[in-house]
Design a protein around this ligand. Structure first.
Ligand code: SDX
Length: 429
């Protein structure tokens, strides 16, 4: 197989190196293209553009493969926990018992916010969207850590990473309590990561929330399945910001903003709102599917389709099964789950979706599990952000550890007005 691509431009021949990844993915390295040819590439939405070499997550969209540091998501979903998987994604290997204990202890040590952070919560209206609070409060939390503001050195990476993973959960829980006018509930040292989050969400000052194992396990699985996903919109945003050598918290706050969009992490909230609309309208889903195929309707089948997966998203398969199991164990019959299954069944037989290889993605069923756990719709994307934090931190680390990494600064093709001149106000028509 040739290691070079040949380009013929106006009679001149150029060669460009071909790069091959460890799973056989091939890329044409265009880093010398402009110097050699005076041309740049143009790729709307970066559908054909690799922004980096990464060792963290591998996705094969054609066959529906997802691996974190080479380990299949199915194995991690069955055998691991969110905290252990977070360690794997960030540090590149499964932790020893001692490493896992140190990481867990660091998460516990960093779970409290600086007490003065409470004043910021007071300033938000109760109707503030928790994603707006989350991005603001991640940056606010960094102000209490001068080392971070100085950029921090590699020696403090472990602390900064543990602080971010631990505190994103505390901030999220506090924003929920604030939105409901409830007293905030502090984390408890005795509780592990996900159990502590549920405790901070749902306990009362005089009675701890009952931590049912199936509930804790279901939410931990949701976090684990969202932990990383190669160069998606929000992770690319984190890398973009990290490339300017901004601090870890600033990068994560930018990631939260990118994730919020309904085409990305906001889709889990949009799916449940879509299912609720269908349920309330009495539609069996067929009308909605017709609208989703009609470009003029402005509607999409939310939770369906993916830039990379042209097959079933492996995470959606796992979540759908977990959904069935949890609702059975909790004796919940959610009509939205029935509607979701009908929509999936109809879409997977409909030529419009089949021809475009549109399958359920991670967001299609995740909201139904969160509904069953009692998490309000507006918190769904926050849950996604908590899960994705290890992936953002791992990508931040991959850039900052690479001494040869350069600032991300794409080019453009200018299509605006050619040379023009200033016209004084009195001469304008
Ligand atoms: C996530 O990138 C990641 O890895 C993201 C993520 C992660 O873990 O980080 O996996 C998480 O964001 C999952 C995606 C969540 N978003 C949604 O569920 C929103 C609904 N989906 C679509 O908006 C869309 O499928 C995207 C945004 C997910 C992908 O968009 P693309 O790759 O730009 O695809 P496209 O819009 O070019 O679609 C190709 C065709 C178009 O029709 P034609 O122009 O060919 O006629 O498919 C159609 C689209 O109109 N289409 C849909 C559709 N998704 C695509 N039509 C109806 N409903 C949909 N959901």
């Amino acid at each position: 197989m040739s290691k070079q691509a040949k380009l013929d431009l106006n009679g001149s021949a150029f060669t460009l190196p071909i790069v091959e990844g460890s799973e056989g993915e091939k890329a044409i390295d265009v880093s010398e293209l402009r110097a050699k040819t005076g041309h740049i590439t143009l790729d709307d939405g970066y559908g054909n553009t690799g922004s980096c070499r990464s060792k963290i997550t591998f996705i094969d969209g054609e066959t529906g493969i997802l691996r974190y540091r080479g380990i299949p998501i199915e194995e991690l979903a069955e055998k691991s926990t969110f905290v252990e998987t977070a360690y794997l994604i960030i540090y590149g290997h499964l932790p020893t018992r001692a490493q896992l204990k140190r990481f867990s202890d660091l998460l516990t040590a960093h779970q409290y916010l600086h007490e003065d952070m409470k004043h910021h919560f007071v300033g938000f209206p109760s109707t503030a969207h928790p994603m707006a609070i989350l991005s603001a409060m991640i940056n606010a939390a960094s102000c209490f850590n001068p080392d971070l503001m100085r950029g921090g050195d590699a020696g403090q990476f472990d602390d900064h990473a543990a602080q971010l993973i631990s505190q994103v959960r505390t901030i999220a829980a506090f924003s929920y309590r604030k939105s409901r006018g409830l007293p905030i509930i502090y984390p408890k040292e005795a509780y592990k990561y996900t159990a502590n989050f549920l405790h901070m969400l749902f306990s009362t000052p005089y009675e701890d929330y009952e931590l049912k194992p199936e509930v804790v396990r279901a939410l931990d699985l949701i976090f684990l399945l969202h932990a990383d996903h190669e160069q998606n919109c929000s992770t690319s945003t984190v890398r973009m910001v990290a490339s300017s050598h901004a601090n870890m918290f600033a990068c994560a706050a930018a990631g939260v903003c990118a994730l919020w969009g309904p085409l990305h992490g906001g889709a889990n909230q949009a799916v449940v709102e879509m299912l609720e609309d269908i349920h309330q309208s009495g539609d069996d889903g067929s009308k909605f599917i017709t609208a989703a195929k009609d470009k003029t309707s402005g509607k999409k089948l939310m939770g369906f389709g993916h830039r990379v997966y042209k097959n079933y998203d492996p995470r959606a398969k796992i979540i759908k099964r977990a959904c069935d199991d949890l609702l059975n164990v909790m004796h919940i019959a959610d009509p939205l789950l029935d509607i979701a299954k009908k929509l999936e069944e109809a879409a997977l037989l409909d030529p419009y979706f089949v021809e475009r290889k549109l399958y359920p993605n991670v967001d299609f069923y995740s909201g139904i599990i969160m509904r069953a756990l009692g998490i309000p719709t507006e918190m769904y994307t926050v849950i996604f952000a908590i899960g994705r934090m290890p992936g953002w931190i791992a990508n931040f680390k991959e850039i900052t550890d690479d001494t040869k990494s350069r600032i991300y600064r794409p080019r453009q093709v200018y299509v605006g007005p050619t040379l023009n001149h200033y016209v004084p106000l009195h001469d304008r028509k």
